[in-house]
Design a protein around this ligand. Sequence first.
Ligand code: GLN
Length: 399
Amino acid sequence: MIHTAARVSVFTESVIREMTRLAAEHDGINLAQGFPDFPAPPELIEAARRALADGHNQYAITWGAPRLRRAIAEKVRWFNGLTADPERNITVTCGATEAMMATLLATVDPGDEVVVFEPFYENYGPDAKLSGAVPKFVRIRLEPGFPFDPDELGAAVGPRTKAIIVTTPHNPTGKVFTRAELESIADLCRRHNLLAITDEVYEHIVYDGAEHVSLATLPGMAERTVIVNSVSKSYSVTGWRVGWTIAPAPIADAIRKVHDFLTVGAAAPLQEAAVTGLEFPREYYARLADTYQRKRDTLLGILDGAGVRCLRPAGAYYIMCDVSDFGFADDYAFTMHLIKHVGVAPVPGSSFFHDPAHGKDYVRFAFPKRTETFEQVRQRLARLRPGTRAAAGARHPGA
Ligand code: GLN
């Protein structure tokens, strides 16, 4: 019997991807894993075809195809207001997932502490464990505006704190960190010499006039921030696995070393094709945000109609819901009922908390979906009525 490494025994399979599998098994509509069920922009598909035909079929330069790094630099200049040198600061990775992992492996020593806002995107748990980081959690309150307590944030920083991870717009809550909040985080980073790692993959998906601010643009932050981003959400190509980091040169050097030995590089033809997306005109992003705002409102309406209490997101493409009223034992029991008896799959809220008890009243629904999908969700959720719940074996509320 060959034993597997201890480091993989301390975390479980991704719950998000497990729900995708269960949804398929039960013919459920997958509102768990966040990916579009509508096609990618045709210009991108054509660009990918062209890249293959043009012979981009061998390794790209490990740091990323030069054209793509130049396109990223140009895009962050006009959109984020950032100066990035394609030669020194930008590294193309296999999605934001590798970007985050490579950044932690490159910057954190075992035992170093990393501050993470909670609820958090579930990857950060295993990311921390694999890199040896000790996560310190700061609660985002699940109420309108999703505030956090600056004193709690300050208290989370100690002598071993190395970094703070900020996801804005935030997954799973949809919080968009305000400039004032980011200024307070920047202040903390400068005072305690902390690295900031910002996951900005939903930067174009903001609602009701909310503004996306990159922490790296605040005074003194460019030299202590690693930006993690990807083409997945901005261009509806989550399967392409093309992401990147933007980091100060000495940190970029370290990230590049890790990246080189982890993956060598993301798929070369898709790196070439991604340039077409990064060169889309500004109107593309305004349309993207409008489209998602309508989708958010549609799903909010459907959930509300089914009696589900929603926390309205200001960005990203998820809705956190408080389902404690339904009387199930916990988020997992509610989710299983929904998948098996209603035919719709959310993610149990506990997968976004280090202590599952904190998420037991919540589930997360993703809404990058077509109108027809929402119609089916509406019809299926009609089954989620009082009465069907008791028949499905829910515990009595309060039991
Ligand atoms: N970021 C997406 C989500 O939160 C997809 C997760 C994944 O499968 N990598 O659902």
